[in-house]
Design a protein. Structure first.
Length: 197
């Protein structure tokens, strides 16, 4: 077989592969036309239900917490005292699991319960003990350290509730509700906020 014949055979094989690739590609593209259509109400419900907790505001706190404890009289042998620095990262947002959405495909309406109020979704904190003073008859126990830990967490939670974080989270919640409304209306549906029947 001459070099010219080998070239012709390779050229024919290349053309066959090219035509086969084009036919296979067209068949693959046409397979997408036969896919099942998912109902719109299921799509809307899934989009709302996929995100359960939505953080809208984060804040960082550093506070000094003082714990003081004494028996009957505030004198050195009966007193114990701890100065604690509390560093915390708080996340405030809404729990979207409380929306409980349901749809009415006939009227193309998505119903949700009243939009939930912002709450503290997570609070990570650490304590640094700076000044621990124990009296002769009054000293710290494991129970005391656990109580300080709990009280410091409550101290930070109170600071969060008194801060502007909750107001900012309410504003963000309103924007989220507007985004959900826009999403639903963009799909030709309407949103109604009411109590679940």
């Amino acid at each position: 077989i001459s070099m010219k014949n080998i070239r012709n055979i390779l050229l024919i094989l290349l053309c066959i592969l090219l035509v086969g690739g084009i036919i296979g590609g067209l068949s693959w593209i046409r397979s997408f036309e036969n896919r099942n259509v998912i109902q719109q109400s299921d799509i809307i419900l899934n989009q709302v239900q996929n995100v359960r907790k939505l953080i809208t505001v984060e804040g960082y706190f550093t506070e000094i917490y003082t714990h003081k404890d004494y028996y009957k009289f505030d004198i050195s042998p009966l007193r114990k005292k701890a100065l604690v620095r509390v560093k915390a990262k708080a996340s405030v947002g809404v729990d979207l699991a409380n929306l409980h959405p349901w749809t009415n495909p006939q009227t193309k309406t998505l119903h949700i319960q009243r939009f939930p109020q912002p709450e503290i979704l997570s609070l990570d904190h650490q304590l640094d003990y700076y000044d621990i003073t124990e009296g002769t008859f009054n000293y710290f126990t494991t129970t005391d350290y656990n109580a300080i830990h709990q009280n410091a967490r409550q101290f930070i939670e109170d600071k969060i509730m008194a801060s502007e974080m909750m107001g900012q989270a309410r504003n963000q919640s309103q924007l989220i509700l507007e985004s959900i409304t826009t999403l639903v209306e963009g799909m030709g549906w309407r949103l109604e906020i009411e109590e679940r029947p």
